[in-house]
Design a protein around this ligand. Structure first.
Ligand SMILES: [Zn+2]
Length: 402
């Protein structure tokens, strides 16, 4: 059994039902039961107490802690994961709370936390429910269960507070990956990793910021050059923009950086040829955008690995086998930053210069409208096998020019 598809898990969470969320093997290597606090019931809390067996906490955001005047517990800074425990609470007696520990009472306390009209007077401190406060940017800042909980709430429209409980086996030891997967199967619960939530956020949220722009006269025409930065990966991209004739449908090239081809005129690939032809086409059309995507060397494996892959190709492997031999996927690129850059320029319907259907599919999946337009690829004595492997193995639609 493997992890649940994230979208299925999000549907479950949206309905208020619990998930199992596991962190990295290299971190705590634990699983927590997590469900939104605004959908808390005594049964769900009791499930945590009897099946989860860990400490039952309520993950909250900093705004909730401030509204309820909760303060961080004193720390001696020895916790390597810096879990942010705050004053434990019970709902006040006026809410019918007696000892605060029963599943009914802890569930009631959790629900009152999510009531935006609740004030510090609605709680007594210390109590039996343990608030843990998430970092403001969630998993982008800290890869803990606390942040995962608040991210899940935000992604599914719940109040940013969730019950979380670590999972222990009957014998008192912690459940590890295999036991967690078995538990999930036995109780028909979705099980996901923190990495899945983080990956989803990185892909779906716009971290690409426009930084600067200037005029750029080139051999092929005059463009405006724009610099962008992905504030999460710190990768900087550039884009050449032209719209001297805005009545024309824009032409777009999403060009993967290739220092050997683009800068050094390598004959091993057709990158420079494609780059120059794209610039000429955009110039002629008078409307278009060339996005130069950094971080895409060697289909996303980096320049050092690309050169290692070249060495393997000298020993007879093809370009895809070489990437795989080095332990990478055939193609490790993602085009999400390019999509945000297209959206920045408000280019939503265009002709895309490519021979790679993956690029077209990414564009279409993101709600943009594009048709493929091709430029011929110049065959040299050195790139013929590379181009033919692309045609035969990954079904690139390349028009070869002898
Ligand atoms: Zn290249």
């Amino acid at each position: 059994m493997k992890f649940t598809d994230l979208h299925i898990a999000l549907e479950t969470f949206k309905k208020g039902n619990p998930l199992i969320v596991v962190d990295a093997l290299s971190r705590e290597n634990e699983g927590d039961i997590i469900f939104p606090a605004d959908c808390s019931t005594p049964e769900k809390v009791n499930f945590c107490a009897t099946k989860g067996r860990g400490l039952i906490c309520i993950a909250i955001d900093i705004a909730t802690a401030e509204r309820l005047d909760l303060k961080p517990l004193r720390t001696n800074q020895q916790d390597q994961f810096h879990t942010a425990f705050y004053d434990p609470i019970d709902a006040a007696a006026k809410h019918g709370i007696t000892t605060g520990i029963s599943a009914h009472e802890r569930s009631a306390t959790a629900k009152i936390v999510t009531d935006t009209n609740a004030t510090p007077n609605d709680f007594i401190k210390p109590g039996h429910l343990f608030p843990v406060v998430a970092k403001e940017r969630g998993l982008l800042e800290r890869e803990g269960h606390t942040e995962a909980s608040i991210d899940l709430c935000k992604m599914t429209g719940h109040y940013p507070a969730a019950i979380i409980c670590e999972m222990m086996q009957e014998d008192g030891t912690m459940m590890r990956r295999e036991e967690l997967l078995d538990f999930a199967q036995k109780h028909a619960m979705p099980i996901i990793s923190i990495q899945q939530i983080l990956d989803h956020r990185i892909l779906t949220e716009n971290h690409v910021e426009h930084i600067s722009q200037a005029q750029l006269p080139t051999k092929f025409g005059d463009f405006t050059i724009h610099a962008f930065k992905n504030n999460f990966s710190n990768i900087e991209h550039v884009a050449l923009f032209k719209n001297s004739n805005s009545s024309k449908k824009p032409i777009v090239r999403i060009h993967s950086e290739c220092i050997t081809g683009d800068v050094m005129s390598s004959l091993r690939c057709d990158c420079r040829d494609q780059l120059e032809k794209s610039m000429k086409r955009i110039q002629e059309n008078g409307n278009g955008l060339l996005i130069y995507v950094k971080g895409h060397e060697g289909r996303g494996i980096g320049i050092s690995n690309k050169i290692a892959a070249y060495a393997l190709q000298e020993d007879g492997l093809n370009t895809f086998e070489a990437n795989e031999k080095l332990g990478f996927p055939r193609d490790n690129r993602n085009y999400q930053d390019a999509i945000w850059i297209l959206k920045y320029f408000d280019i939503v319907d265009f002709d895309l210069i490519t021979n790679n259907s993956d690029k077209l599919n990414t564009v279409l999946k993101n709600g943009l409208s594009a048709n493929i337009t091709q430029v011929n690829s110049q065959v040299t004595g050195y790139n013929e096998r590379y181009l033919k492997d692309k045609i035969n193995i990954t079904k690139h639609q390349i028009i070869l020019e002898q």
